[in-house]
Write a protein that binds this ligand. Structure first.
Ligand code: KG4
Ligand code: ZN
Length: 381
């Protein structure tokens, strides 16, 4: 099989991205345009604004990715695009653009599930490092702003299939980071800010019980009705616990003051955040992160033991978190498991992962029809 150069396009949330990847194993270009500045004043992603920004940016971002790769629309072999899950309007921009390119230059269209993309970000980089052997069973934790999902991944006849063996019952882990940062007046997106600030607080200062990490009407890890072991997550309770801590300790005035000061600073540095947080807030932030990280690691390693997995992949925006990485590395190695992460730039949303996930579909001739639509709630199987 000769090399295939796939143009990937990603527009499911608040990043417009395009990339060229060779044969699922080498990133030739990967352009990511964040809409951070657009959504920052609102403290979260505004779907209508996201669609508008994608529309504005899709052409220059794709052009830049092709230019950096020394490719043209004509010289790539296929166009891969995120079909879902994500914001419907945002997805539509990428999908419509990809269809138009395929129609104009007669290239195959490949539809990719965003979560599959996150999983292939790790596989792409492993291959890029020269590691082509993958030991099965493979368990993947996809932990992002919209998802906290565990998948058993299998490959057959050049195609991948996935079995969901766990998911969040309410807030995703990244969503909890973002909501807690917002309620503490730290701004958006919360994950990277909490990650950096946690180093200055005591992670044992505020006790979050395991009850706060359980969903009210569910079993703990156990067997689902179909007798398939299931490992679910829940991060809405801990967010409420942080809110209660803020109320009990009457922290509202200082939070409001911090929020007002931070919006005055165009690009706050870690010292700005630190200066505007007292020790109690730093302790709260560090304790929150510790609780979420420990829950993610403990449940994932329990699932890994249950399925006797040989390889563990941890991916998605929250996989950029420093404490999550070191805890997984330490506890994974104690359990005899090697844990693979994407590099930080490939942990968060990007189009290289979409082009990489598309490669096995390209080899299998698994192309999409031109009348497919965006699927906001697309399920990975
Ligand atoms: O994968 P991603 O870019 O987009 C989605 O598919 O959702 O993930 C974004 C999420 C956000 O919730 C963001 O706060 C979180 O990932 N995140 C982090 C870190 N970097 C990004 N969470 C914790 N620590 C980080 N360093
Ligand atoms: Zn994502």
């Amino acid at each position: 099989m000769t090399d295939a150069y796939i143009l990937g396009i990603e527009s499911s949330c608040d990043e417009t991205s395009a990339a060229v990847v060779r044969s699922g194993e080498q990133v030739i270009s990967n352009v990511v345009l964040s809409q951070f500045a657009t959504h920052k004043p609102y403290g979260g992603v505004v779907p209508e604004l996201a669609s508008r920004e994608h529309l504005r940016n899709i052409v220059p971002v794709v052009r830049a990715a092709l230019e950096q790769a020394g490719k043209s629309y004509d010289s790539v072999d296929a166009v891969a695009v995120t079909q879902g899950p994500g914001l419907a309007g945002a997805l539509l921009v990428g999908l419509s653009f990809a269809k138009a390119v395929c129609f104009a230059v007669d290239k195959p269209l490949i539809a990719v599930n965003h979560l599959e993309g996150h999983i292939h970000a790790v596989l792409l980089e492993e291959r890029q490092k020269g590691n082509h052997r993958l030991e099965f069973p493979v368990l993947a934790l996809v932990v992002s702003g919209g998802h906290t999902h565990l998948f058993l991944a299998e490959t057959r006849d050049n195609g991948w299939t996935y079995r969901n063996v766990g998911h969040t019952r309410d807030d995703a882990a990244g969503e909890a980071f973002d909501k807690v940062a917002k309620l503490l007046g730290l701004g958006y997106p919360g994950g990277p800010i909490i990650d950096r600030l946690s180093a200055f607080g005591d992670p044992k200062a505020v006790k979050f019980g395991s009850a706060q990490l359980k969903h009210r009407d569910r079993r703990d890890s156990g067997k689902a009705p179909d007798e398939m072991p299931h490992f679910d997550f829940s991060y809405s309770g801990i967010k409420t616990a942080v809110l209660r801590y803020v109320e009990v300790n009457q922290m509202h005035a200082e939070i409001e003051a911090r929020r007002k000061q931070l919006v005055q600073i165009a690009k706050p540095a870690i010292d700005d955040y630190k200066r505007l947080c007292d020790l109690r807030t730093l302790d709260l932030v560090a304790s929150f992160q510790r609780a979420v990280v420990h829950d993610l690691v403990a449940k994932t390693l329990t699932a890994a033991a249950e399925f006797q997995v040989a390889t563990l992949l941890v991916t998605g925006g929250v996989a950029a978190n420093g404490e999550l990485r070191t805890t997984f590395e330490r506890e994974g190695s104690q359990a005899g498991l090697t844990v693979h992460f994407p590099s930080r730039p490939l942990s968060t949303d990007n189009a290289a992962m979409i082009a990489a996930a598309a490669y096995p579909k390209y080899v299998a001739g698994d192309f999409a029809a031109m009348d497919i639509s965006a699927e906001a709630g697309m399920v990975l199987r």
